[in-house]
Design a binder for this molecule. Structure first.
Ligand SMILES: *Cc1c(COP(=O)(O)O)cnc(C)c1O
Length: 362
């Protein structure tokens, strides 16, 4: 059995240790004689598992007591509707559009109220993060919305926007648990876990308690009300039980690695290897403004589609897979999430160097 280096943007690489543990427990979880997949979500054993997962996440992110942690379904995309349905009390929200995911959220919100495009980087194919230090935030905005790490374009907010006192809502799908965060700076932090935390099927919402109310837009389905899920401790209906179990294992893995400051250091080290090479390469070039570069998703180009196809093909043959860029950017993208070992990044860069030598003269 040979594992590849998987640079997919999501669903994405998971820690090998976690997968091995899950394999060992597949038929018999902690002496229960069954798999977690087969277990009632109302059982004592599952309740313990869920509570441990939440406690570990709270510890990792230092989540204050006045925030709820919800394990939900529907992916990050369902939050694009759930957020306005639950939070648009004045019927207005401001959106900073830094990529396709933010744009989708903005367009969805416009179905439920007035969505204001506060700033955008669409003019340069989202290759930068706009200056958000003094934006004309709407006086009656219920919240300001951002996508903190732009998976497709490889940009990341290095400084949160000045929301002028308004609630900040952030999609962290592709930077979840990649570095320490100050949860109190946000009203809502949410992310689909399939990028950096676990298998597809779970979305985690961290939400300040005062934002969880019964006052939601008329017609909001029960399943799309934060209050229902908060009141039932994420057990209103059957949660994505197995996915949460894997997330819990990833939380424990992160704790063993030394927590979020430790993983941030490793992530910085990994990204630096790739960016330093891109800055010195005569064949490849990065697509993002330097100060806005993501530590997680690294898009790069050759600028010659034929050579790019050749690169992706030969990389795959060398065990470096899923390097094709998103169709809206083209070129290549290496997603180097928490679980990507530094050896994977080194292997990618030495492959790129070799490819550069072989193809530059042509
Ligand atoms: C992948 C992604 C999404 C969409 O996630 P789904 O779980 O497929 O709905 C939303 N936002 C960001 C930043 C993403 O990377």
């Amino acid at each position: 059995m040979a594992r590849i280096y998987n640079f997919s943007a999501g669903p994405a690489i998971l820690p090998e240790e976690v997968l091995k543990e899950a394999a060992e427990e597949m038929l018999d979880y902690r002496g229960s004689g069954m798999s977690v997949m087969e277990m009632s979500h109302r059982s004592k054993l599952y309740d313990t598992l869920l509570k441990e997962a939440e406690a570990d996440l709270r510890e990792l992110m230092e989540i204050p007591d006045n925030y709820k942690v919800l394990f939900l379904q529907g992916g990050a995309s369902q939050q694009f509707a759930m957020i306005p349905m639950n939070l648009m009390k004045n019927g207005k929200a401001d959106y900073i559009v830094t990529g396709q995911w933010a744009k989708k959220a903005y367009e969805e919100a416009a179905k439920y109220g007035t969505a204001v495009k506060l700033a955008s980087s669409e003019d340069e194919t989202y290759a930068y993060i706009p200056d958000c230090s003094d934006l004309p935030v709407s006086e009656d905005a219920d919240y300001v919305y951002i996508c903190e790490n732009n998976t497709i374009y490889g940009t990341k907010y290095k400084k949160l926007p000045n929301t002028k006192g308004k609630v900040l809502v952030s999609d962290v799908s592709s930077c979840f648990l990649s570095e320490p965060v100050n949860v109190s700076d946000y009203g809502v932090i949410f992310g689909g876990v399939q990028k950096n935390v676990g298998p597809a099927g779970v979305v985690i919402v961290i939400i300040r308690e005062d934002l969880i109310t019964e006052e939601v837009l008329p017609g909001t389905p029960t399943m799309l009300q934060y209050k229902i899920h908060a009141d039932h401790g994420s057990l209103y209906n059957t949660p994505p039980t197995y996915g949460i179990y894997i997330c819990g294992k990833v939380f424990q893995w992160l704790k063993k690695m030394g927590g979020l400051s430790a993983i941030q250091k490793i992530n910085q080290e990994k990204a630096a290897i790739l960016y330093e090479y891109l800055d010195s390469s005569r064949l490849f070039k990065g697509t993002v403004r330097k100060e806005d570069r993501s530590l997680m998703n690294v898009p790069f180009l050759i600028g010659n589609m034929e050579l790019e196809d050749k690169f992706i093909k030969e990389a795959k043959a060398a065990g470096l897979e899923n390097l094709k860029g998103h169709r809206s950017v083209g070129g290549m993208r290496a997603s180097i999430y928490n679980a990507m070992p530094i050896e994977g990044v080194r292997a990618l860069v030495s492959f790129m160097k070799k490819f550069e030598e072989e193809n530059l003269a042509e």
